[in-house]
Ligand binder design. Structure first.
Ligand code: NAP
Length: 287
């Protein structure tokens, strides 16, 4: 069994992103990311701080806009429109979840799709659907990068994604499909979940229920990717997969923490770099 080391893979990606950023800076462009946080949700605060730290580490510019919990939707939209017009800001991210009085469905589409580094804008969602995209939701992109890092072939294999959220499960299924996986997308109404997961050569768990995926739900030799981040009763971070049981059957498995999480962070930097290149050097073919 191979333990998939997300921290090590993320460190390699970060080094590459730092190198590419230096090359862009030498051409007069510093990739810039604006992060908007509304309210004082402690988890969101940690995520935003990490994003700023990652940008600084790799040489990207980051700006934080902290709005009060009771800010009006108009105020948030005005800020987004201002950032849309700024030539030195290439990526805009609104930290989710938003307070209940703000309408995510109105806020996310206000971001210029070219600057939508979370890739949650309906335009970018559509591009992912048709397989013609350059900005990809960070978590599914991170999962794909982990598969690549370990030389795991997707083509022709049975891929089961558990969880169908717009930010993880659905785009994950699409990315696997574009790599020619045979994809099954499961959710809370899936009948006989264990029968489905047992057919998976590649199993991606993205539900948010600790212990949902037990060892007997894993096919012998499967690749098991645990996206979830749940707080256990002792406060420790755990995934959806019962790690020890699944590891006894898997060929590859991600730990939680230290698996998908670090890759999600790094993919935001990658998207910001891609967005900066597209905006500043539109005639160049970007990787
Ligand atoms: P979400 O929006 O709550 O979606 C959860 C999905 O799980 C839904 O599609 C739901 O089905 C499905 N589900 C619920 N109970 C189920 C069951 N018993 N059997 C099968 N499917 C079930 O969650 P999310 O935002 O996608 O996040 C999922 C997990 O990933 C969370 O733990 C989150 O913290 C974690 N996460 C991690 C990262 C990272 O960087 N590692 C990034 C993002 C999210 P229905 O659609 O039928 O309700």
């Amino acid at each position: 069994m191979t333990l998939i080391d997300g921290r090590a893979v993320a460190a390699r990606h970060k080094a590459e992103i730092a190198r590419e950023t230096r090359a862009l800076v030498a051409r007069g462009v510093t990739p810039g990311l604006a992060v908007i946080i509304v309210g004082d949700d402690p988890a969101s605060r940690v995520y935003v701080n990490n994003k700023k730290k990652d940008c600084a580490h790799c040489g990207l510019l980051s700006e934080e806009y902290a709005l009060p919990d009771d800010c009006a939707q108009e105020e948030l939209l005005t800020l987004i429109h201002t950032l849309n017009r700024r030539a030195d800001i290439h990526g805009i991210l609104v930290q989710l979840p938003l307070p209940a009085h703000l309408d995510e469905k109105a806020v996310l589409p206000a971001i210029d799709p070219a600057k939508d580094v979370d890739a949650f804008h309906p335009y970018n969602v559509g591009r992912i659907m048709i397989g013609d995209f350059d900005l990809v939701p960070c978590t599914p992109a991170g999962v794909m990068a982990l598969l690549d890092a370990y030389g795991i072939e997707v083509r022709g294999r049975s891929c089961v994604v558990v969880g169908r959220s717009n930010i993880v499960g659905k785009p994950q299924a699409m990315l696997l499909l574009h790599r020619h996986g045979t994809v099954t997308l499961c959710h809370s109404r899936t009948e006989n979940l264990a029968d489905v997961t047992r057919r998976a050569d590649i199993l991606v768990a993205a539900v948010g229920k600790a212990g949902l995926i037990t060892g007997d739900m894993v096919k012998e030799g499967a690749v098991v990717i645990d996206v979830a981040m749940n707080r256990g009763p002792d406060g420790r971070l755990v995934g959806d997969v019962r790690f020890d049981e699944a590891a006894a059957r898997a060929s590859h498995i991600t730990p939680v923490p230290g698996g998908v999480g670090p890759m999600t962070r790094v993919m935001l930097l990658r998207n910001t770099l891609t967005a900066a290149r597209r905006q500043c050097f539109p005639d160049e073919v970007c990787p």
